[in-house]
Design a protein around this ligand. Sequence first.
Ligand SMILES: Nc1nc2c(ncn2[C@@H]2O[C@H](COP(=O)(O)OP(=O)(O)OP(=O)(O)O)[C@@H](O)[C@H]2O)c(=O)[nH]1
Length: 176
Amino acid sequence: MSRIILVTGGARSGKSGFAEHLALSHGAPRCYLATAQAWDKEMQERIERHRKRRNDGWQTVEEPLQLASTLTRLDGGCRVILVDCVTLWLTNLLLAREQEPDAEEQIIALVRDLTEQLRRMTTPVILVTNEVGSGIVPENRLARLFRDLAGRANQLLAAAADEVQVVISGLPLKLK
Ligand SMILES: Nc1nc2c(ncn2[C@@H]2O[C@H](COP(=O)(O)OP(=O)(O)OP(=O)(O)O)[C@@H](O)[C@H]2O)c(=O)[nH]1
């Protein structure tokens, strides 16, 4: 069984459901590490739908920023950890550094720290991420920065992962 699995795909591709399905092949307790924050009512409802979909075998931990140290804390305490999702973590980090000229390199350094932590983990980890940037080049600077960051982070995480799956239209395709 692969130790570190990266599941990538577009919005509403079915990647979270597929990642949960992979996590179910591990026994309980399973840990769900959520990076999303309930900014508005729509997001609260979205989060609520996800919570209903998970059953009692899951422990939910919410952490928008400190991903690597939270993984360290959770290591050994459950049978599998599902991180949903890397892209929102990057968004949270970027919004906290928006005005800093070296934001991209600061965040890439945190992604490298995350890959090092993943290599040290004893508990298997499944990470969900988004494929962004397949469309036209965004006009706005922050959106371009985010797009580049998301692509670079995915490459680093895919290189560190034992297995990489892309989900398109609900169907998984094994890339690595
Ligand atoms: N804070 C928090 N966020 C959660 C919880 N459960 C799920 N989420 C968030 O819900 C988000 C995923 O939901 P969606 O946006 O519906 O998924 P999607 O990526 O658009 O769709 P799929 O590709 O089909 O998975 C992730 O970013 C999670 O962090 C929770 O209990 N607490």
